[in-house]
Design a protein around this ligand. Structure first.
Ligand code: IPM
Ligand code: MG
Length: 358
């Protein structure tokens, strides 16, 4: 196939890890007879510096015209002031909204070879394989009205709106149920229906959608309890579906179960035909940017998700995932994976993946 892939390296280690991933794409293209055409664009802090806009129109246009988007990371200390008018995060939120990628898939899986990296006891993490499905274009991160105002007593106050309509709820749950069918057949919906009206609607709709999938085991869990269960019985979960904010928080917590943030990929997808956005879970790691030591594997694994979900190339995606497992099983480690003295840098680790692909 011929495909257009937009590259948004972004900030910090972004350019290094996206560069590593395009090498893997090139190897896949050569091996399976595909042509991938890349176009690289500014996004995040670097786009603020150069264009005074974290998501320049030109970047958005290129994204909308492509078949899939590979994002590195955005942000860094230079743009960290949360009260600044223009921030890298705004670019990311707007990109998600414009692409209408409402489903954020964040797999949290323990690689056997890395089981000892977890801060949890080995018996707790054995077999952990969770697919987080976070609603990504609605909820409190987008709700209006929002703003700041001064109260009658002269106090500064701020407010945001948590709103979901039944269509938004049903479509994200359906993504989860479809995935559960291809996995271990279990779905957990996380809400706060005991307190929030929005979440009562969420639970009501979740129960209705669950009836369409009688073959999937369904449960709902309150978000506070879920935070606890993720730590004391993470292996019990298969697909976990939740709203934007709860998903943001819980998926960060869950990522730590593996102990290797540098390994976790993600995909943001919308209705069929829309352009998917693929990026590692980790940030821009400004402290190690430009040193050639960043772990490229989360981005490479996000690249595998791009091949599978963005381009429909299942065998190619599996080949990349197998190559990564192989490299880890062979004992190759970057610094963040405890490589110590013998740690491989970004290029050397990427070369190992390319060798394993061969
Ligand atoms: C994430 C990030 C973003 C979010 C930020 C950078 C806007 O935390 O992808 O989880 O909150 O969604
Ligand atoms: Mg987050």
């Amino acid at each position: 196939m011929e495909a257009k892939i937009t590259l948004l390296p972004g900030d910090g280690i972004g350019p290094e890890i996206v560069g590593a991933t395009t090498k893997v794409f090139d190897a896949i293209a050569a091996k399976y007879g595909h042509t991938f055409n890349y176009s690289e664009h500014l996004m995040g802090g670097i786009a603020i510096d150069e264009m005074n806009n974290p998501l320049p129109e030109e970047t958005l246009g290129a994204c909308l015209e492509s078949d899939a988007i590979m994002l590195g990371a955005v942000g860094g200390p230079k743009w960290d002031d949360p009260t600044a008018k223009i921030r890298p995060e705004q670019g990311l939120l707007r990109l998600r909204k414009e692409l209408a990628v409402f489903a954020n898939l964040r797999p949290v899986k323990i690689f056997d070879a890395l089981a000892d990296a977890s801060p949890l006891k080995p018996e707790r993490v054995k077999g952990v394989d969770i697919m987080f499905v976070r609603e990504l274009t609605g909820g409190i991160y987008f709700g209006t009205p929002r703003g700041r105002e001064t109260t009658a007593d002269g106090l500064r106050s701020g407010f945001d709106t948590l709103r979901y309509d039944e269509n938004e709820i049903a479509r994200i749950l359906r993504v989860g149920f479809e995935l559960a069918r291809q996995r271990r057949g279990k779905l957990t919906s996380v809400d706060k229906a005991n307190v929030l009206t929005t979440m009562q609607v969420w639970r009501e709709v979740a129960h209705e959608v669950a009836k369409e999938y009688p073959d999937v085991e369904y449960e709902d869990i309150l978000v506070d309890a879920m935070a606890m269960y993720l730590i004391n019985r993470p292996a019990d979960f298969d697909v976990v579906v939740t709203g934007n904010m709860f998903g943001d928080i819980l998926s960060d917590a869950a990522s730590m179960i593996t102990g290797s943030l540098g390994m976790l990929p993600s995909a943001a997808v919308g209705a069929s035909g829309s352009v998917g956005l693929f990026e590692p879970i980790h940030g821009s790691a400004p402290d190690i940017a430009g040193k050639g030591i960043a772990n490229p594997l989360a981005t490479i694994m996000s690249g595998a998700m791009l091949l599978r979900l963005g381009l429909g190339l299942e065998d190619e995606a599996t080949a990349v995932e197998n190559a990564v497992s192989q490299v880890l099983a062979d004992g190759h480690r970057t610094g963040d994976l405890g490589g110590g003295e013998a740690a491989l840098g970004t290029d050397a680790m990427t070369d190992k993946v390319l060798e394993a692909l061969d």
